[in-house]
Design a protein around this ligand. Sequence first.
Ligand code: 0O2
Length: 226
Amino acid sequence: MQKMGKRFIDDLSLPDVPEEFQKTLEDFSEMYMLYDCAIREVNTKLENLNQELKFKKDRNPIQYINHRLKSPQSILKKLQMNHLSMDYKTIWNEITDIAGVRVICSYIDDIYAIAEMLIKQDDVALLKRKDYIKNPKESGYRSLHLIIETPVFLSDKKQLVKVEVQIRTIAMDFWASLEHQLRYKTNVDVPASIREQLRNSADSIYRTDQEMQNIYQEIRRMEEKE
Ligand code: 0O2
């Protein structure tokens, strides 16, 4: 883990990095170790839920789980955008998405069911919930975001660590991944007409998600009558 933090830090090309942030970087290895442990804790919780539901209901509501640690470059960008100071304490308290877990579900209802099961666990505290499914972003982006805090048990103490959990369907993820690539991999200012096309495509994907959910429920009802 020391290595993972170090790799990230070595990757940072330093000329434009403020001195205050460079100093804070020295403490990043330990911070990344904690976030990495927290990701594993949350991952295990989600995998266990999926396993139990497979056993009880004979289906997996979670298709797959991804995770990532936010790079120092992205942390710096966020601090600068939000006019935050660059000390360790500010990063620890204010940047809530350094540890990120993305859960890809089969159906819209699975998203809410998994979220409820996760935040009901007594060692999980919900700090923030943003429902971009009920209230999609201007871009068309849909996903349920939870900022949770979970304990990491170390050799001599228990440390609470924040993790951002993004939960969405396969279809929402398909759109978000391509839109992310299109937006970040281009130098051009995306015109309003293309932004509208992207929004329309997100809306149409959402309608398909709703149709698939309805079909699934209908088949379930038919099975129950058998
Ligand atoms: P990455 O590489 O995915 O981490 P906050 O201060 O945290 O409350 P913030 O940071 O604006 O406010 O959080 P928000 O908007 O709730 O969630 C940010 C993350 O959601 C992004 O992380 C993306 O992962 C995802 N996201 C939000 N809007 C969009 C969008 O329009 N398109 C796509 N594809 N993803 C989106 P990062 O840090 O941008 O990047």
